[in-house]
Design a protein around this ligand. Structure first.
Ligand code: DAH
Length: 346
């Protein structure tokens, strides 16, 4: 008995010592201490021993069981610790490395303002229409009642492409294109790029306009005033003063230019201690858009009966609105792609 116990002890401890995984150690445990395990069988065999040998044998076997349990437990813990140490080593990352920085894009200030204008009109049920940047003379001028000898056609203003085509000088030709293909009622805005031979701190050869028009039966100048006052107060602020001045455009009659109270001096014409406001040139007002009732001549060009239908139209410069909104004094900043400028928006 003693002999075999010693062998058992040696063998089992040896095996435990050589175990390298949780599975292996579990196998040893089952083989030794499980139901049919070697030690378990011996414990079960105690009852067959002569009565006087039982206590001593029992004591020895129990000592062995305790020993095995402890060693198994120890080895088990060691294996787990080794595995953990290995994982920590293998998966080590240097969290002090600088890493890759992802620059976050911004929305261009002109897009911001354009989106804002579109939102306001969208909220009032206007649709969005677009037209070609390369236009023909007919849609850009003729059908808008701009006669052949009008100064706007001059080389100084218009970029001509070839055989009568040109870069549209305004978004107004989309009024014509829309009315040619559709019947009233119409409530449309036309955001887009326009081109003129002009280049200084307040003029860019390419800039943006939002054109708009509403045509139906019984549209009056009161509708024009109501819609545009609302739009301007949404874009600037609810308490911005708005004024309508008589003006002239070939495609509207009557025509108006619309001013808002100067955003810099608040309409006073002066800033700090009586200095004159340079933004509004001391007038207290800023011209912000052109508008009017669509000229009956224009309706005739598109085949609408001016006795039946009436409408208003307007056009606004997006750069100008953005410049006033953000206090930008040079239009070229929008197109130079200087990140120091662009990062300040959106
Ligand atoms: N097309 C004009 C321009 O580029 C702006 C304009 C004025 C548009 C009056 C209109 C309007 O529709 O009614 O200066």
């Amino acid at each position: 008995m003693n002999e075999s116990l010693e062998t058992l002890q040696q063998e089992v401890l040896e095996r435990i010592h050589h175990c390298n995984s949780e599975t292996e150690i579990e196998e040893v445990r089952v083989e030794t201490l499980g139901r049919g395990g070697r030690l378990t069988s011996m414990l079960r065999g105690l009852k067959d021993l002569p009565a006087e040998e039982r206590p001593r044998a029992g004591e020895q076997l129990n000592r062995l069981r305790k020993l095995f349990e402890e060693r198994i437990e120890d080895r088990f813990r060691q294996i787990k610790e080794q595995a953990r140490a290995k994982t920590l080593k293998d998966e080590w990352i240097d969290i002090t490395l600088p890493g890759t920085r992802w620059e976050r894009g911004r929305i261009h200030p002109l897009t911001l303002v354009m989106d804002e204008i579109i939102d306001v009109f969208w909220g009032m049920g206007f649709e969005i229409a677009r037209g070609p940047d390369i236009e023909d003379d007919y849609h850009n001028f003729e059908a808008l009642n701009i006669p052949q000898d009008h100064p706007a056609r001059d080389m100084q203003d218009t970029f001509f492409v070839s055989n009568g085509m040109l870069l549209r000088t305004h978004t107004s030709p989309v009024q014509i294109r829309t009315m040619e293909s559709r019947k009233p009622p119409l409530q449309i805005i036309v955001p887009g790029a326009v081109y003129r031979h002009d280049d200084d701190a307040t003029h860019s050869p390419m800039f943006h306009q939002v054109e708009g028009f509403m045509v139906d039966r019984h549209i009056t100048f009161a509708d024009l005033k109501g819609v545009l006052t609302h739009v301007l107060q949404q874009i600037f602020s609810q308490d911005t003063g708005v004024r309508f001045r008589p003006s002239f455009f070939p495609f509207t009659e009557p025509s108006a230019e619309i001013d808002i109270q100067c955003l810099i001096c608040g309409g006073k014409g002066t800033i700090l201690e009586g200095q004159t406001c340079r933004v509004c040139k001391a007038t207290g007002w800023l011209e912000i858009l052109g508008a009017g009732m669509i000229d009956p001549e224009v309706f005739r060009f598109v085949g609408y009966d001016p006795e039946k239908f009436s409408g208003f139209a307007f056009g606004m410069g997006v750069e100008r609105i953005a410049m006033l909104k953000y206090g930008i004094d040079d239009i070229r900043l929008f197109f130079q792609n200087d990140l120091r400028f662009l990062r300040q928006f959106g």
